[in-house]
Design a protein around this ligand. Structure first.
Ligand code: NDP
Ligand code: OXD
Length: 312
């Protein structure tokens, strides 16, 4: 008789029930459980969590893979995890589609001056602004991962002049790709709308600061969908107040939720959303995770495997 294998899900329980249905359909041999219904802790081989329980090595001595229930893994304390435990971030079509929608909406809104029209409406001011073509608007995406590349593919289809920047060199059709610190300045200098889709790591904390903003052309805008601690709030406000930056669309802040007294709430050139740019879609996520389990069983690389040294 083979030992039972448990997949433990510790995140939103309503979404967990959809995961359970998908596992029942496609991987009935796996004992799928939703936290806190752990069952026999020594049967837990796989854990999907946003925040794993403390002491997972002691609690689940046979744990083989930790899946993040979201795209980011910055919420994990890697030092508290067993050093050899593979960690997998979420790369699934639903979360990618959501991000493409959000960023496309934000970029189109900035491109077509929607924030200016909202302000004009408050003054009952009927004042057409010059319409530029998409080809005249240069969009630059920080991060050419699963989300950054998908976003760029859509923006390219709208006709924007697109570029991307990443740590290592990439090739994306129709996109001018920049790589590394040495090419950051050139990337920023040609960017009218800057989209941040970087993971939060030691090297991206505080990245969106005065020095970076100063390298963008005057009037450029920011769409921040990465993580709040990547931004330096006072530098952003100073750049907006000085007119060096035109608008900022922020989906992530530090802290979250943003306290009511924070100046971002009332700044006339900031649009805020409460970290909803994209969400893992339970049905497609469970399918991707099952596919990864099959890969793991066959000894193949899992999609979204995190490089712990890089932090993403
Ligand atoms: P990936 O890991 O697939 O891609 C990350 C990209 O960032 C890679 O291209 C990587 O470069 C680049 N990068 C990382 N560090 C650096 C650095 N120091 N300098 C230059 N480039 C760097 O991540 P995803 O695309 O899946 O997700 C990106 C982030 O989006 C997530 O980590 C999360 O924070 C955020 N997110 C936000 C959501 C929201 O609702 N607001 C929802 C989902 C995700 P290289 O390719 O060379 O490795
Ligand atoms: C994620 C997020 O990382 O929602 O999935 O931010």
């Amino acid at each position: 008789m083979t030992a039972p294998v448990t997949f433990l899900y510790k995140s939103d329980p309503v979404r967990g029930r959809i995961w359970a249905e998908v596992f029942q359909r496609h991987a009935p041999e796996i004992d799928f459980r939703i936290w806190p219904d752990v069952g026999n802790a020594s049967s837990v081989r796989y854990l999907a969590a946003w925040e794993p329980p403390a002491d997972i090595a002691e609690r689940f001595p046979n744990l083989q893979v930790l899946f993040s229930s979201g795209a980011g893994v910055d919420q994990f304390d890697f030092a508290a995890l067993p050093p050899d435990l593979p960690v997998v971030r979420m790369v699934e079509p639903g979360i990618i589609r959501g991000m493409v929608e959000y960023v496309t909406h934000a970029v189109l809104g900035l491109h077509r001056d929607m924030a200016a029209y909202r302000r004009q409406q408050k003054q009952a001011a009927w004042k057409p602004l010059q319409v530029k073509t998409a080809a005249e608007r240069r969009v630059g995406v920080l991060g050419l991962g699963s989300l950054g590349q998908a976003v760029l593919t859509q923006l390219t289809a709208f006709g924007f002049e697109c570029a991307g920047w990443s740590r290592s060199r990439h090739a994306v059709e129709g996109v001018q790709c920049f790589a590394g610190e040495g090419e950051l300045g050139a990337f920023l200098a040609r960017t009218d709308v800057l989209v941040c889709l970087l993971p939060l790591t030691d090297s991206t904390r505080g990245f969106l600061n005065a020095k970076l903003f100063a390298q963008l052309p005057r009037g450029a805008s920011l769409v921040q969908v990465g993580r709040g601690p990547q931004g330096v709030d006072a530098d952003l406000i100073a750049a907006l107040d000085a007119g060096h930056l035109g608008e900022a669309v922020l989906d992530v802040t530090e802290p979250e939720p943003l306290p009511p007294e924070h100046p971002f709430w009332r700044h006339p050139h900031i649009q805020l959303t409460p970290h909803i740019a994209s969400m893992t879609q339970p049905s497609s996520a469970a399918e991707v995770v099952i596919d990864n389990l099959r890969r793991f069983d066959r000894g193949e690389a899992m999609l979204g495997l995190v490089d712990r040294a890089r932090g993403y």
